[in-house]
Design a protein around this ligand. Structure first.
Ligand SMILES: Nc1nc2c(c(=O)[nH]1)N[C@H]1C(S)=C(S)[C@@H](COP(=O)(O)OP(=O)(O)OC[C@H]3O[C@@H](n4cnc5c(=O)[nH]c(N)nc54)[C@H](O)[C@@H]3O)O[C@H]1N2
Ligand SMILES: Nc1nc2c(c(=O)[nH]1)N[C@H]1C(S)=C(S)[C@@H](COP(=O)(O)OP(=O)(O)OC[C@H]3O[C@@H](n4cnc5c(=O)[nH]c(N)nc54)[C@H](O)[C@@H]3O)O[C@H]1N2
Ligand SMILES: [Mo]
Length: 707
């Protein structure tokens, strides 16, 4: 989008038709985003808690309190008693600085971020299969040029509306779209074929399709031989998943499975794209692994217009997972356990590699440890009181902390619990880079200054570092941070060293990996980077960036993609007599995440005023609930109440709740924090519940009042 500062200070959003990803299209949240710049909806002064209540304070007092809270805890309980929680909405510069702050200034291993709740299963599966995780290994513009897309558990029409046109074009070009979703969503309505499995059974579905691919002789044997490893084991595992068995588990009839295989295998190229549906499961990594297997068995990865991709969510969902706010990670998508990576990054940071802590806990595990062995927390860019699984427990853990500091734009539900709240600048008010789901690094330029009394996250980290005894290494200028980030990522999987602000301003983004020209300063030694390689090097030495990955080889040691030999297993909670219905959760178009931002925009609230429980007419009839009537949804974690929304678009054995609201209708009161063993992703998409009519059984006997 383009932002124009109007006389009088208002900001106008206009479309930017020359940008290839959205070609100017925006959703309502983008269009109305300037409403959030208004001082009426945001924090305008730091707040500190005294005698139980938050009161306005000056910056010095607030920052002193945070530094004191953190250093007292560290002195009493050691550095690992300090936790840091970040967000995938932070720019690359902030995510990088936050990770460095945790390891260098606090010396804690206990840092993770909300991206763990987002795409960590897809990332783990991609690393396992391809040796590298970049949401899409190709530009979004490739989607209309493929022959068939299987879209698994993505409601793109609501969650990425500007991207929907790529699917529309796909179909205009003669390609086909298969949507896998337990609900007939706006996205599923666009599909040539809609498969509606029971939540939590995508793993069986993918293996069933792979079984049919083998049984019908549709594998690409030459490709399997030349470009993959591990096929025999994966094939054997898939062969155990007979179509009839898969139909029993998923509820998807065998003829529909066959139809999907036919549509997927007929054209020369095809793609599988997954989103949170199959990923936010306690078996998300294996599930994505099985969908990747389907691509590999049919020769549909690392070839033009073919491949597997993950539709990454947040504004910087991609870059946010690359630069070290993740528990096991150093910048450039390096591993904290890799001695060479530690040496490289420690040199850039000017510290002894032995002082860098090891990997810490994953997001839910970190939140669960608050108040026990983690006693103080610095939170930047997330609102877990609404968005974490088993949220009532997480809220109680947050309350039990010795000290909580929150940096946010607004007084979120989590900020309300803090000892100190630091009001920070937001998107339009500061420059920084983000990386799109396609691995395209973008420069977001500041359009206006934040109101008086607001500081940036980088300033906050700079000030806190200084108060904690680290005077250097936390610049407040985003470009300075980016230039250091370039050096820290040089030679890593997500290599940004050849990317400069200047290039980003001139090009429509640059895809990583983009190494600096050999011998240029960004690639090698630390020290202040003043020269821009674009100026410094001959133009031919400038790396163009990498829009398409894996065309020659995969990023594994031997260059081959690895099959995953996986088998179906149940969800952590299957329905039983006490909790006979499945709950799944997700999003609506007009609200964003925990709603901290979008619930403050009138136009969006009018479009989506509150939570609801979507249920099939047959389920509503058994319950005896009318449309709009409040119903209680009860799980082993708690009870939530919201109006019924009766719709034939959902399976009769499943209810759906959007998770954007706090309070009585909070979906995450109910969700199960069962974790995927590899990615540590919680099972947001499946848990067992029962439904109760709030007023008891209807008097006319039309339903049981309880299901
Ligand atoms: N309007 C809006 N847009 C957003 C966001 C937002 O909050 N609001 N958030 C952004 C972020 S961070 C993210 S991660 C993305 C998420 O984008 P999506 O993944 O598209 O969003 P969800 O609604 O969480 O889930 C997608 C679909 O998964 C389905 N589903 C539920 N259970 C299962 C299952 O077991 N299997 C399968 N196959 N499908 C299942 C749901 O019915 C839902 O339609 O959206 C981004 N865009
Ligand atoms: N039941 C259920 N729960 C889910 C999901 C689901 O599908 N179902 N999805 C999960 C997913 S995919 C995600 S990504 C999470 C997201 O959930 P959260 O992490 O809670 O995401 P947001 O609501 O975007 O919170 C971001 C916070 O940062 C603030 N903020 C915005 N910009 C800045 C900035 O520049 N600096 C600072 N310091 N703060 C800023 C915002 O005001 C807001 O309070 O929710 C997860 N929770
Ligand atoms: Mo997300």
């Amino acid at each position: 989008m383009n932002l124009t500062l109007l006389p009088g200070g208002a900001v106008e959003v206009t479309e930017r038709a020359d940008f290839p990803v959205n070609r100017g299209a925006l959703c309502g949240k983008g269009r109305t985003a300037p409403a959030l710049l208004s001082p009426e909806v945001r924090l305008t002064s730091p707040l500190v808690r005294s005698q139980g209540v938050l009161r306005p304070a000056g910056w010095d007092e607030a920052l002193d309190r945070v530094a004191e809270g953190l250093s007292r805890t560290r002195a009493e309980h050691g550095p690992d008693a300090l936790g840091v929680f970040g967000g995938g909405g932070l720019t690359n510069e902030k995510a990088y600085a936050l990770g460095k702050f945790a390891r260098v200034v606090l010396g804690t291993s206990q840092i993770d971020y909300n991206g763990r709740f987002c795409m960590s299963s897809a990332a783990a599966a991609s690393v396992r299969a391809f040796g590298l995780d970049r949401g899409l290994p190709f530009p979004l513009e490739d989607v209309p040029r493929t022959g068939c897309v299987i879209l698994v558990g993505s409601n793109l029409a609501e969650t990425m509306p500007p991207a929907l046109r790529h699917l529309t074009e796909l179909r205009e070009n003669g390609g086909t779209l298969i949507v896998v979703d337990p609900r007939r969503t706006r996205t599923a309505e666009q599909a040539d074929l809609h498969l509606a499995p029971r939540p939590g059974t995508d793993l069986a579905l993918a293996l069933g399709l792979l079984h049919l691919v083998v049984a019908e002789g549709r594998t690409d044997e030459a490709y399997i031989r030349e470009r993959t490893s591990g096929w025999e084991e994966a094939r054997a595992a898939a062969m155990a998943h007979w179509p009839e068995y898969v139909e029993r588990i998923t509820g998807v009839p065998v003829p529909r499975l066959r139809e999907a295989v036919r549509l997927f295998c007929a054209p020369k190229s095809a793609m599988v794209l997954t989103a949170r549906g199959p990923e936010q499961q306690s078996k998300g990594t294996d599930t994505v692994g099985a969908w990747i297997d389907l691509c590999l068995a049919t020769g549909r990865a690392g070839r033009p217009y073919s491949g597997y991709g993950c539709l990454t969510g947040q504004g910087n969902g991609q870059g946010g997972r690359e630069h070290g706010q993740k528990a096991d990670q150093l910048p450039g998508y390096r591993k904290l356990t890799d001695p060479a990576a530690r040496r490289h990054v420690a040199e850039v940071w000017g510290v002894d590699p032995d002082t860098l802590p090891g990997p810490g806990r994953s997001a839910y595990e970190l939140l669960d440890a608050l108040g026990t062995d983690i006693r103080a927390l610095l939170l930047m860019g997330s609102n877990p009181v609404v968005s974490a699984p088993r949220a009532a427990h997480v809220e109680e853990r947050l309350r039990s902390l010795d000290f909580l500091a929150v940096a946010d734009v607004v007084l979120s539900e989590t900020a309300r619990l803090a000892d100190v709240v630091l009001p920070v600048a937001q998107w339009a008010e500061e420059t920084g880079t983000t990386t799109s789901l396609e691995g395209r690094v973008l420069l977001r330029r500041r359009a206006l200054s934040p109101p008086a009394g607001i500081r940036s996250d980088l300033e906050v980290l700079h000030e806190l570092a200084a108060r904690l005894g680290v005077e250097k290494g936390f610049p407040v200028e985003p470009q300075e941070v980016f230039d250091e980030l370039r050096r820290a990522t040089a030679g890593g999987p997500a290599d940004y060293s050849g990317i400069t602000y200047r290039r980003l301003a001139e090009e429509n983004g640059v895809f990583w990996p983009c190494p600096a020209p050999p011998g240029s300063r960004a690639g090698v030694s630390p020290g202040v980077l003043t020269d821009d390689p674009v100026q410094e090097e001959s133009p031919s030495a400038v790396h163009p960036g990498t829009p398409r990955l894996f065309l020659d080889r995969f990023a594994t040691g031997d260059g081959r993609a690895r099959f995953a030999a996986v088998s179906y297993r149940d969800s952590a909670e299957e329905p039983d007599e006490t909790y006979p219905v499945l709950l799944t959760t997700g999003r609506v178009v007009a609200q964003y995440q925990s709603g901290a931002q979008t619930r403050r925009v009138d136009e969006l609230n009018a479009a989506a005023p509150g939570p609801y429980v979507e249920m099939h007419p047959r389920l509503a009839e058994r319950l005896g609930a009318a449309d709009g009537e409040p119903v209680a949804v009860v799980s082993r974690r708690g009870r939530a109440v919201a109006p019924a929304r009766i719709s034939p678009a959902i399976r009769p054995d499943t209810v759906f709740m959007p998770f954007h609201w706090p309070g009585e209708g909070r979906a995450n009161t109910l969700t199960n924090p069962a974790l995927d063993p590899t990615s540590r992703m919680p099972e947001f998409k499946v848990c067992a519940v029962r439904l109760e009519r709030v007023g008891g059984a209807p008097e006319d006997g039309s339903g049981a009042g309880r299901v």
